[in-house]
Design a protein around this ligand. Structure first.
Ligand code: GLU
Length: 529
């Protein structure tokens, strides 16, 4: 692909909430385009709505961008030649742009009160005329009169004087193609409010102009703003950038993605155990494709191959099953050390579960009544100890990876699935597994456990998966049982249930005395021995 290092794009979130899926997709497209073109990716915080913008949201957005690995070349924290990169700090630039528009006669003061405007709007609606915007009363005031009223301190806004006989406002959208809007229905929109603050459409154009943005890639919810913004570029005498509007993201039911579909902020996806590189890969494919087929697209490929001409205008469907599948693929391909690092929050919890005064017992099966979906709160010191343990025993934690790598869809799963690795000498027996396996008397589960205990206590057998497993397998002949009826009781006695990760691979990683203790406690709890 030909590169163009003059390309300057921006992601311009309003910190009125967390970074949501749609915003992240826009960020990824801008970032990948900048990287593919060898251009510049700008991050700009659009915080001119004082009621809804918060510093906390700004920090969450920055943190999430970093988590996703969407590094910006100019913006908060790193600055750049066109800063500041927060709109509230750029008020002087909007004022300067307004002065230019005043001088060129493209902006005029409007003194109409809210009541007057409401009445005009109603009248316009009732008349059925095509133009339903401001009736331009103040546009016809003489310069002297307007100045006198300003000097007298009369509250006023500044409006754009939309040129008469403009002809259609046309642009070639990189996604939607040639697009036109009639100019004669365009309102003389407000540029600067009574309190001196710029409106969104004015501030964005000032910023994009001053930051020399060449391509505006954003959600198509902004499509209707584009003709208004083009009028502002024209009034300022500045070149209009290339626009690329991205189609909507729909949930599986074909409706616009929203809270109804579950998580919408990227942070929630992080908390639910998705890898940042998966989120980037997955969202990159919501409206863009590499070749129409590839689903696993590594970051470097995206950064090399991304192009605007492979963006589709078809609405994109957010398919959570595909996301889960993709996360599983990435987990399978991880190296153990990276898996441990990414899984640390949940491994820490698994550790805490086993170290917070655990006592062996039979645990009743979850019912709708006792199934508490809210995560258990562990004492802070147990969690801190867990983090320290991960740092102290990297080899042990990395050895957990193969136990689960083939089966894990989300990193959160290791918390429950590997908890038994942290029980020490204790065991939590799942009641259902006890019923189905350990109380199946005709299959001699108690004999199996007693014989296994003797084998595992025999120090002449190396404490390794294969020799232990091979010796235990002989019990099938000795006790005349199918393999299943040998291995299931052992699994329940050591791992607590019938569906744990591979058994003897786990045993090898546990201390012998803990494994023997678990079998003893199981015998005692189940058979009272
Ligand atoms: N701040 C706007 C938003 O968060 C984006 C504006 C733009 O990309 O032009 O929707």
């Amino acid at each position: 692909m030909s590169t163009n290092d003059n390309v300057r794009v921006r992601f311009a979130p309003s910190p009125t909430g967390k970074l949501h899926i749609g915003g992240a997709r826009t960020a990824i497209f801008n970032w990948a385009f900048a990287r593919a073109m060898g251009g510049t990716f700008i991050l700009r915080i659009e915080d001119t709505d004082p009621e809804r913008s918060t510093e906390e949201n700004t920090q969450i957005i920055l943190r999430t961008m970093r988590w996703l690995g969407l590094d910006w070349d100019e913006g908060p924290g790193i600055g750049g030649a066109f800063g500041p990169y927060t709109q509230m700090e750029r008020m002087d630039t909007y004022q300067a742009a307004l002065e230019e528009l005043k001088a060129s006669g493209n902006a005029y003061p409007c003194f109409c009160t809210k009541e007057e405007l409401d009445a005009k709007r109603e009248a316009a609606a009732a008349s059925g005329a095509a133009y339903s915007g401001y009736d331009r009363t103040c546009r016809h005031l003489s310069h002297e009169e307007a100045q006198a009223r300003i000097d007298a301190g009369e509250p006023h806004v500044w409006r754009l004087a939309v040129p008469e006989n403009h002809g259609p406002i046309a642009f070639d959208d990189a996604v939607y193609g040639h697009t036109e809007f009639p100019a004669d229905v365009m309102d003389d929109m407000i540029l600067v409010r009574t309190d001196g603050s710029p409106t969104y459409n004015f501030a964005v154009v000032c910023d994009d102009t001053n930051m020399q943005v060449t391509h505006v890639i954003r959600g198509d919810d902004h499509l209707s703003n584009t003709p208004r913004q083009i009028l502002v570029y024209e009034a300022l005498g500045k070149p209009v950038p290339t626009f690329a509007h991205l189609s909507m993201i729909l949930g599986g039911d074909g409706k616009k993605l929203s809270k109804r579909h579950g998580a919408t902020s990227v942070e929630e996806y992080a908390e639910r155990g998705y890898l940042p590189e998966v989120i980037v890969n997955f969202l990159a494919l919501l409206g863009w494709s590499l070749d129409g087929e590839s689903t696993i697209i590594p970051r470097e490929v995206l950064c090399r191959e991304f192009s605007l001409n492979r963006i589709t205008k078809k609405d994109a469907i957010f398919d959570e099953q595909k996301l889960n599948w993709m996360n599983a693929q990435y987990i399978k391909a991880m190296d153990p050390a990276s898996w441990v690092q990414a899984s640390a929050p949940w491994l820490t919890r698994a550790y805490a579960a086993g170290h917070a005064g655990l006592v062996s017992q039979i645990v009743p099966a979850a019912t709708p009544e006792n199934d508490e979906s809210a995560p258990v709160e562990y004492p802070a010191d147990a969690l801190a100890e867990g983090s320290a343990d991960i740092a102290a025993r990297p080899a042990f934690y990395q050895a957990l990876y193969p136990l689960i790598a083939e089966r894990e869809q989300r990193l959160t799963e290791c918390e429950d699935k590997l908890e038994y690795m942290f029980w020490g000498p204790e065991v939590l027996l799942d009641e259902k597994s006890v019923q189905k396996v350990l109380l199946k008397e005709d299959k001699k589960p108690r004999e199996v456990l007693e014989a296994t205990r003797a084998i595992l206590a025999d120090e002449s057998i190396p404490w390794q998966c294969d020799p232990l497993q091979d010796r235990v397998r002989k019990l099938t002949e000795e006790l005349d049982l199918k393999a299943k009826f040998v291995f299931q009781p052992i699994r329940v006695a050591i791992c607590g249930n019938m569906v744990s990760p591979p058994l003897f691979e786990s045993v090898e990683l546990l201390p012998r005395e803990d494994v023997l203790s678990r079998i003893d406690k199981t015998l005692e709890l189940v058979y009272g021995a």
